[in-house]
Write a protein that binds this ligand. Structure first.
Ligand SMILES: Cc1ncc(C[n+]2csc(CCOP(=O)(O)OP(=O)(O)O)c2C)c(N)n1
Ligand SMILES: [Mg+2]
Length: 292
């Protein structure tokens, strides 16, 4: 589907209660433009469950479930299996979860579902912290970032969830950014059609969490891709592809626009830069060594 063919109507409806400039809301709207009506969605505790899924103000115009923090993947596994028993095999069973729910609390159930190649689509909107509960660092927060639990800057490198799932030889694993909208559409559309375990992780700027002006999100996620901070990759048929070659410029500018990096030290910035380059080379090697 080309961008101009993208339906205006989304099955995540207008009028959610997200913060101004929330990209999580933008991601949900665009995902549900592509997936359409034949979708069942589950959302664990997160900003998204609050801004789009608290009764009676539910924006999901499709069957919607809210479950516990750690069991997005197992909940949607149960739904997918039940639908299969009923012979309803044309319905996309979607989990939309934040990075905390995905990378930390829900990692075991996510791993189990990938291992069994469950017929589910799991989309993580990654705003790089537990934003809903007041900006605590998650397992995928960047090096050097301020959060309420990392007042002197996060010292840990983010877990690479796509690479963990690739190690499961999952059916489909991708990362995306709505700044590269055609790439985003292609990936969601492909994941909609495929059967088996599908995972897409989308970078999601957060106005209060990233300490930015509300108009800055789209510009920042674009700069994240260009600087190499956020790699666009796709793993399918056991082959890895990098969709955009980063220019590796502008990291400092990207960081300096965000209040969450105000106090980053030179050493932390250097560690962040090294970690970004290391990650790129790991993926580049995976791409070069495709052998199946
Ligand atoms: C077992 C459990 N622990 C903690 C919480 C509190 N809690 C609700 S939302 C949330 C943050 C979720 O972070 P993330 O998954 O990254 O989504 P975001 O809020 O950033 O959108 C937390 C810690 C909970 N609901 N359940
Ligand atoms: Mg989060």
């Amino acid at each position: 589907m080309k961008l101009k063919e993208l339906p205006h109507k989304s099955h995540f409806t207008e009028g959610d209660r997200a913060c101004a400039g929330c990209m999580g809301s933008n991601i949900a709207i665009n995902v549900m433009r592509i997936l359409g009506k034949k979708t069942v969605v589950s959302v664990p505790p997160s900003c998204m469950s609050v801004f789009g899924g608290t009764f009676p103000n539910i924006n999901w115009d499709v069957p919607y479930f809210h479950m516990q923090f750690a069991n997005t993947a197992s909940t949607i596994t149960g739904i997918a299996r039940a639908l299969k028993v009923q012979g309803k095999e044309d319905i996309v069973v979607l989990g939309m979860a934040g990075d905390g729910a995905t990378a930390d609390m829900g990692l075991a159930s996510l791993s189990g579902a990938a291992h069994r190649d469950e017929d589910i689509l799991y989309i993580c909107y990654n705003n790089e912290a537990y934003e809903n509960t007041g900006i605590q660092a998650s397992g995928v927060s960047p090096i050097g970032v301020w959060s309420s639990t990392t007042p002197k800057g996060n010292q840990y490198a983010p877990k690479d969830i796509p690479r963990i799932l690739i190690a499961h030889e999952a059916t489909y694993v991708a990362t995306a950014s709505t700044s590269h909208i055609q790439d985003f559409i292609n990936k969601v559309e492909k994941a909609k059609k495929l059967r088996g375990f599908r995972y897409i992780e989308v970078l999601s700027a957060c106005t209060p969490g990233w300490k930015i002006d509300s108009h800055l999100g789209p510009e920042l996620v674009k700069e994240a891709v260009e600087s190499g901070y956020w790699l666009l990759i796709e793993y399918e048929d056991r082959k890895l592809k990098m969709n955009v070659k980063p220019k590796f410029t502008g990291l400092k500018e990207f960081i300096s626009k965000q209040g969450r990096f105000n106090d980053i030290s030179d050493e932390q910035l250097e560690n962040l830069r090294k970690q970004i380059e290391r990650k790129y080379h790991i993926y580049k090697n995976m791409e070069n060594n495709n052998h199946l």
